[in-house]
Design a protein around this ligand. Structure first.
Ligand code: FAD
Length: 406
């Protein structure tokens, strides 16, 4: 796979930099710009009320109440003040005026910019007519997490819809809280779509061993209210009755505020490999950015490491600093039942599977296409996992991993 290449530009005259979206990418970018020596005006605008935080922990330690928001902050108010980053919180962007260089916010107000960074991430998708709140929940923000925690107090039967990362993690956390959990997914195994069949089967066994009831290969058509809970209606005619339902079926880019702006919006903000939109003063990073590769294909990634790496790379580019050359490779992880599964790369259809290690509580599975590595997935091997990065990024033969895996 190709090394990341970033054209070194002269330090740009950025003027007033406005970042919309105070999540992983937006916050990291603001701080990287300051750390890189930028001394102009930097404004970070976000619609959540609290300080930026480590979102992945919502479905893990915060949902289980092992941690509270103060434990997972990305920075304090003092840090932001010290770095002279103006933090405009609880403010939702509703539109963008490209010609006037204004971010439109509620109540007819606006924030002017010279350079705009779009980092508004994604929002959870819903099922059919289901609405959040009450007995049907999604989990993306701190507010939603605390709403779900409150709902769990009086709930014993919990239906979790969606067998991806978020659904699987929620099912594990809620089960560990002692609730009866039914996990419903259209895939054959949880996590299968991203982490492959082997890891998917492994996670299915772990869920079942922990008492989660699995309903796989079935699509949810709707969630309706009953007198004392919810009924999840399935495409195969079946139903699941529960006290509450939690929907984790994936997300859509938070681009509503950019509709009609004139930017290229296609399942995300379409940008080049550096994050550049067609407007020279506007860039997009993080989950919302659909990056165009040299071969014309586009890719949007919804993972923490990718969001923060994009933020760091863009800050360096805009400051005219040489790029840090890192292999361009997706890294992701998931935590459940006290263990971590990690992954480098991605698994295309038809990739060949190689089980390199299978022990109690540990595995390493590699994937190849035409004999060259494209992905590695591992559990319980965090100490050596990072050593696989170069081999996967370079597409080495799988044999090279055997001494590291053993
Ligand atoms: C529950 C959960 C668990 C996760 N677990 C993992 C994991 O284990 N591993 C992993 O790699 N990734 C995980 N992720 C994904 C990871 O959190 C994201 O990839 C990462 O947060 C993306 O960063 P971002 O800055 O692009 O978007 P976000 O962090 O989503 O930040 C976007 C911010 O913009 C705000 N916003 C949206 N619209 C507007 C608007 N119009 N005006 C103002 N503000 C707006 C949002 O409220 C949000 O605060 C998880 C995500 C969730 C929800």
């Amino acid at each position: 796979m190709a090394e990341e290449t970033i054209t070194i530009a002269d330090a740009r005259d950025l003027g007033k930099v406005v970042i919309v979206g105070a999540g992983a990418a937006g916050t990291r970018f603001a701080q990287a710009l300051r750390r890189g020596g930028y001394d102009g005006e930097v404004v970070l605008v976000g619609d959540e009320r609290g300080l930026p935080y480590h979102r992945p922990l919502l479905s893990k330690e915060v949902l289980s109440s092992a941690k509270e928001m103060d434990d997972i902050r990305l920075c304090s108010a003092e840090d932001l003040a010290e770095q002279q980053i103006e933090f405009v919180r609880g403010t939702h962007a509703v539109g963008l005026d490209l010609a006037g260089k204004q971010v439109l916010i509620e109540e007819g107000e606006s924030i002017s910019y010279d350079t705009l960074i779009i980092a508004t991430g994604v929002r959870p998708r819903l099922v059919g007519t289901a609405i959040t709140g009450g007995r049907t929940h999604t989990l993306h923000t701190a507010l939603e997490c605390y709403g779900l925690r409150a709902a769990l107090v009086g709930a014993q039967r919990v239906a979790v819809i969606g067998g991806g990362f978020i659904g699987s993690e929620i099912a594990a956390t809620v089960r560990e809280l002692g609730r009866d959990v039914e996990l419903i997914s259209s895939t054959r195994h949880p996590l299968e779509r991203v982490m492959g069949t082997w890891a998917g089967q492994h996670v299915a066994r772990v869920h079942e061993a922990n008492g989660v009831q699995l309903r796989m290969s079935t699509r949810v058509t709707d969630v309706s209210a009953t007198s004392d809970g919810v009924r999840v209606n399935l495409a195969d005619g079946g139903t699941v009755e529960a006290d509450i339902a939690i929907i984790g079926i994936g997300s859509s880019p938070a681009t509503q505020w950019l509709e009609n702006s004139g930017l290229d919006i296609h399942d995300g903000v379409v940008v080049d490999s550096d994050g550049r939109t067609q407007d020279e003063s506007i860039w997009a990073i993080g989950d919302i950015a659909r990056r165009r590769a040299e071969d014309g294909s586009t890719l949007r990634v919804e993972h923490w490491t990718s969001a923060t790496e994009q933020a760091d790379a863009l800050a360096r580019l805009l400051l005219g600093k040489p790029p840090v050359t890192i292999p361009k490779l997706d890294y992701l992880w998931t935590d459940m039942y006290g263990f971590k599964i990690q992954m480098f790369g991605h698994i295309p259809a038809g990739a060949q599977e190689h089980v390199l290690l299978e022990e109690e509580g540990k595995f390493i599975v590699a994937y190849t296409v035409d004999g060259r590595l494209c992905a590695v997935v591992g559990r319980g091997v965090a100490g050596r996992f990072m050593r696989f990065r170069t081999a996967v990024a370079a597409g080495h033969p799988v044999d090279e991993l055997i001494p590291v895996a053993a």
